[in-house]
Design a protein around this ligand. Structure first.
Ligand code: NAI
Length: 738
């Protein structure tokens, strides 16, 4: 047995220590399941063993869940059928049931987190002790991957803690800390670090050597568990309502979980477990689950392995970071950098402005202390690392600079020149511009090879993505050092080539413009906003333009037009309505107190009722599904264009960037995975149809049509689409930029 060790002691207690030596965390691989099955038989058949403790041979965690890599590999040869999906969980299901019914008591000694299959393994045991440390969380997060717990989680948890509480965990996938796990009854006891196994042993030694099967082992909920039990019907109503309030509402997993618990708790456990596997199989066969798993996996890979880092450049570490501009973005960058131990020089045009930026960090840290995520001491240490200043001489010795002054080429040029005069020649200069091409900005710096776009998202503290933009002259060494900074800041990078709006703003721009175009067509504003949210976007397009502000949006359009980079496939679309709002109706957005929404003081914003006067609603309104499809398609088309033009070189970057940067719904797997899920050929056909109805911006390019035509052969659904787009790299040509 390579994944665990079984020691049997003189007291008749066997200790089973799980340790996947080739992984940082234990996960449920087929080998581990087979080894555990063998160990359980050894315990069951050995007359000298009175019971067993399941624990981890690794510090820090019990079992972190399913082996996602293994699950994803199932799709390598194409789509899978529901029955095939159901079979995936069979061996684990058998193992859990055998632990439960083998006639000897099993205790789980959880020295750290137990998530997904890890918690299910523990739930199959007769007793659970959890270490009392904040990071020792338990939970069933499968719903976030478009799946349900298929190792008995939907059946044992409701029977153990009641339907109402179990649904609260199953439908949200949230992690539960030790004190709550004890209160809910998920674990029987907490123990101090180092005493968990002893506590489990104490319980075992107090048991008679043979334990009754499942029914008597403590799966008891006052009042029973069936749908006629007290709270049951209320819980299912509450569960359905909970779903209605979430952006995940139209995803298959939450509904499957509700059905599984509803039906399963009316049936004997063994039948419930079979039912659970059937529902699991259906979910696994759905592209949504594959997309969500892939997103998680790709993102994790990026964090772990620094994907796309040029080879041969030694690893670097930023010690002193210059941040130019202490506004919303600069202050956030300074806070995050100081938080990971970097000395920060925060420069603005006046000392008072620079100090205001530092005060932002102080406020955020106070909140962290309130939420018990930091201590006064730690917060003071972070603040001590931020030096507010107006004096460029303080930038001496910085090894990296992030410029975040106003979005104006003139101001940025001036600030860059002044900084360059005092910076060492070894510095990397990054600009946080969101719209100005990097190649042009780099001209203000005497070493354009050391200049790169480092595009953070707002709020910097919360948004995980950083988009690195290579200018035409940016060197490999500069890119590598920027990637190292991203890793130091614990963010996720994507790497793109210079282009109007880079990747994220460019794709997101199509979403916003589509919303305004719909308004111009006479679609009801509330329908537009709701359809976007139902598609899975975090905020409706009209609310977004209000946040960004309508006059800034107009300025960006004007700049692009002046630069000659306004693309031919987006004629005046949406500009008319935006200009009318600003110039005729005096509504510039949220900051000005009036935009597409009204912002009553102290109250909640609501859509401006007079929109109907200026853009009269059409007599016949489109179906919400049609609008959802438009929002997803228009962004996917732009994402594909970015691949075609060589703005994005790694399609996985397009997927990760669209989800973590602009909130493209995670269930799609990202803009390119969405195309793949629909099927390249079907996507092209659907886009052509939309182009006939709504305009040329939907017309798929000859490049995409060519790939769609080939999709029937090359795209075994499940991966072909993405592969087909990947092949495009050979054809990609460098983007033009200024
Ligand atoms: P902001 O207006 O909040 O801050 C700009 C700061 O730059 C102000 O504190 C201002 O005093 C300072 N500044 C202006 N001229 C200066 C000069 N000559 N010398 C020194 N400091 C000067 O703007 P925000 O939102 O922080 O944006 C900054 C940059 O980040 C812009 O390029 C913007 O496009 C980009 N960005 C903004 C995002 C956002 O959501 N706000 C997201 C991503 C990028």
């Amino acid at each position: 047995m390579t994944t665990l060790q079984l020691h049997s002691g003189d007291d008749g207690v066997a200790l089973i220590e799980i340790n996947l030596t080739d992984r940082p965390m234990n996960v449920l691989t087929p080998e581990l399941i087979a080894d555990l099955a063998q160990a359980v038989e050894q315990v069951a058949s050995s007359p000298d063993i009175r019971g067993a403790i399941l624990t981890s041979g690794k510090p820090g965690g019990f079992v972190a869940g399913a082996d996602i890599k293994g699950l994803l590999a199932l799709f390598d040869t194409g789509p899978i059928a529901p029955a095939q999906g159901a079979a995936v969980g069979e061996a684990f299901g058998r193992l859990a049931r055998r632990i439960e019914t083998c006639g000897k008591p099993f205790a789980a000694a959880l020295e750290g987190l137990a998530l997904g299959g890890g918690l299910e393994l523990a739930l199959a045991c007769h007793h659970r002790v959890l270490v009392d440390l904040p990071k020792a969380v338990v939970g069933l997060p499968e719903v976030g991957l478009g799946l349900l717990p298929a190792g008995g989680g939907t059946q044992r948890l409701p029977r153990l803690i009641g339907i109402e509480k179990a649904l609260g965990l199953l439908l949200t996938g949230r992690h539960v800390r030790p004190a709550e796990a004890l209160k809910l009854g998920i674990v029987h006891a907490l123990a101090a670090p180092g005493e968990v196994v002893d506590a489990a042993r104490g319980w075992l030694l107090a048991q008679p050597s043979a334990v009754q099967p499942w029914d008597a082992k403590g799966f008891r909920v006052p009042g029973g568990v069936g749908p006629t039990a007290p709270h049951a019907s209320r819980s299912f109503t509450a569960g359905t309502t909970l779903l209605a309030g979430q952006t995940q509402r139209n995803l298959p997993a939450p509904l499957a979980i509700l059905s599984c618990v509803y039906e399963g708790t009316q049936l004997p456990l063994d039948v419930g477990l079979r039912l659970e596997r059937k529902y699991f199989g259906r979910l696994l066969a759905d592209p949504v689950a594959r997309n969500l798993m892939r997103t998680m996996f790709v993102n994790k890979g990026r964090l772990d392995k620094l994907a796309n880092r040029p080879a041969g450049v030694p690893l670097s570490k930023v010690r002193k970071l210059g941040v130019l501009g202490a506004g919303m973005m600069g202050a956030g960058v300074a806070h995050v950098a100081a938080g990971v131990g970097i000395e920060v020089v925060l420069l603005d045009s006046t000392l008072a402005q620079a100090e205001r930026g530092k005060a932002h960090a102080a406020r955020q840290l106070d909140k962290a202390i309130e939420r018990k995520k930091s201590t006064r001491e730690q917060a003071d240490a972070v603040l001590a690392r931020i030096l507010p200043t107006q004096d460029y001489a303080d930038l001496a010795g910085c090894d990296f600079v992030v410029e975040a002054v106003y979005e104006s080429r003139e101001v940025k040029t001036d600030v860059t020149r002044r900084a360059a005069a005092v910076l060492p020649t070894t510095v990397v200069f990054g600009s946080n511009t969101s719209t100005l091409p990097i190649t042009g900005l780099a001209q203000a710096f005497d070493r354009p090879a050391d200049f790169i776009g480092v595009h953070f998202f707002s709020p910097v503290e919360r948004m995980p993505l950083i988009e690195l933009i290579r200018g035409e002259q940016t060197s490999d060494a500069t890119l590598a050092r920027a990637l190292d900074l991203v890793a130091q800041l614990k963010k996720t990078p994507i790497v793109v080539n210079d282009s109007r709006g880079f990747f994220t703003s460019r794709v997101f721009g199509t979403f916003v413009k589509e919303g305004i175009a719909m308004l111009q067509e006479g679609v009801l504003p509330a329908l537009i906003e709701n359809a976007a949210r139902q598609a899975g976007m975090p905020v409706g397009p009209l609310a977004v333009v209000d946040e960004v502000s309508l006059d800034i949006t107009l300025k960006v359009y004007a700049q692009w037009q002046a630069d000659g980079v306004q693309p031919p496939y987006e004629p005046a679309l949406s500009i008319d309505a935006t200009r009318r709002m600003v110039e005729q109706l005096g509504r510039k957005g949220k900051a000005a107190g009036a935009g597409f929404y009204e912002y009553p003081e102290g109250g909640r914003k609501f859509l401006w009722p007079e929109l109907a006067t200026h853009w009269p609603p059409a007599a016949q309104q489109p179906a919400v599904d049609e609008l959802k499809r438009r929002f997803l398609t228009i962004q996917a088309l732009e994402g594909a264009r970015c691949v075609e033009e060589g703005v994005v070189l790694d399609p996985a970057d397009a997927d990760v960037g669209s989800i973590f940067g602009i909130g493209y719904p995670a269930w799609t797997g990202g803009v390119l995975s969405y195309i793949e899920s629909v099927g390249l050929q079907a996507f092209v056909a659907q886009s052509v149809q939309l182009a006939e109805r709504h305009g040329e911006r939907y017309r798929p390019s000859p490049w995409l049509i060519a790939r769609g035509g080939r999709a029937t052969v090359s795209s075994a659904p499940g991966r072909g689409g993405l592969n087909a787009l990947q092949i495009s790299q050979a054809k990609a040509h460098p983007p033009s930029s200024k």
